[in-house]
Design a protein. Structure first.
Length: 341
């Protein structure tokens, strides 16, 4: 690809330009074919751009956006009244083919509403889903969805999530026939509600999906599956529980190391090991939840992401553009629909 263009919402997230500018600069230095469109207040962007080297300046375009979507703003209000916001602009740029993908760390609900309205879903997809990578044992990873895009999902939507997750695992992680599982309260076929059981039947009947059955919550990190599917209510709670547990474990290790002189010595010896485990589990390294199922590529960064974490979100967007993920999802869905008929 000779040129790849990303649109970045510089006002999204808790820290805004302070973490986005350094991440973007690193991405530009690492990817010579990358061009970035910054969307936000012109004065802030111009001041930063004037300090960059000429070769970097030529690969950056500024799009002045006088409005900002607040982190606590109601999605419906943002959709109706923030048409000149940086969040709306990045989506418009993707929709108008002026950008290949976009990234925002802003209000999740507002981004979902705007993206659904502006980009629409692919044929055969009823609702988009938020998907991310989660670490597993043996240095593995599993794609986990939905993370909160849709709280209430029927069996058909969960089936579509399985198809989309399978495509992402195939294209981005290069996994042939990825193993797809449903998150449930038990691994036995008799467990679960009617919606989950019906979804299981749909997946079992499909020749296009390598469905392996149910997994439980303690299997998320077990590497039993390459893709785990659930609704947005359960998925969001599971994701936040993981993030909280990682921080809790680190704080407990720090506290335990201060109990006595012996514990301090042991902690000093063991801390490199604990730090390695923490970095492996640290959510920052998996930042960049993709809003898949749309007619364009949208990546959602954590609102409190660091500059390093935002860089991961940029890289995720670049990968999806290079692998043409929306087109691959469209092709897979068409094949599944033909299979049913």
């Amino acid at each position: 690809m000779s040129r790849l263009t990303l649109a970045l919402d510089i006002m999204g997230g808790d820290h805004g330009p302070h973490i986005i500018f350094p991440a973007a600069l690193t991405a530009l230095q690492q990817s010579p074919h990358l061009h970035i469109i910054f969307c936000g207040p012109l004065a802030i962007m111009s001041q930063w751009l004037s300090k960059q080297l000429p070769d970097i300046q030529t690969r950056i375009t500024l799009s002045d956006c006088p409005e900002t979507v607040a982190m606590d703003e109601a999605p419906a209000h943002a959709l109706r009244h923030k048409k000149n916001s940086s969040m709306r602009r990045i989506l418009d740029l993707v929709n108008n083919n002026e950008a290949d993908a976009c990234v925002s760390g802003g209000n999740t609900g507002a981004l979902l509403s705007m993206a659904y309205y502006v980009l629409k879903t692919l044929p055969g997809i009823d609702r988009p889903a938020l998907i991310t990578l989660v670490p597993t044992i043996n240095n593995g990873k599993v794609y986990f969805l939905d993370l909160g895009a849709n709280i209430n999902c029927d069996s058909e939507i969960l089936f579509q999530y399985a198809v989309m997750g399978s495509v992402l695992a195939e294209q981005i992680a290069n996994i042939k026939q990825p193993k797809v599982a449903l998150l449930n309260v038990g691994s036995e076929e008799i467990k679960g509600n009617d919606r989950v059981k019906h979804t299981a039947r749909l997946l079992t009947d499909s020749q296009s999906i390598n469905y392996i059955g149910y997994v439980e919550g303690d299997d998320i990190f077990s590497q039993k599956a390459d893709v785990i599917v659930t609704d947005g209510f359960v998925g969001n709670i599971a994701l936040k529980s993981w993030e909280g547990l990682v921080d809790f474990a680190l704080q407990e290790v720090k506290k335990a190391s201060q109990h006595s002189w012996l514990s301090k010595i042991v902690a000093k010896i063991a801390m490199p090991l604990f730090r390695g485990i923490y970095l492996r589990m640290k959510p920052d390294q998996y930042n960049g939840a993709s809003l898949i199922g749309l007619r364009g590529i949208v990546v959602k960064s954590h609102g409190n992401a660091s500059s390093e974490a935002f860089l991961f979100a940029i890289r995720e967007a670049i990968q999806q553009v290079e692998m043409q993920v929306p087109d691959k999802i469209k092709d897979k869905i068409e094949a599944v629909l033909m299979e049913r008929h």
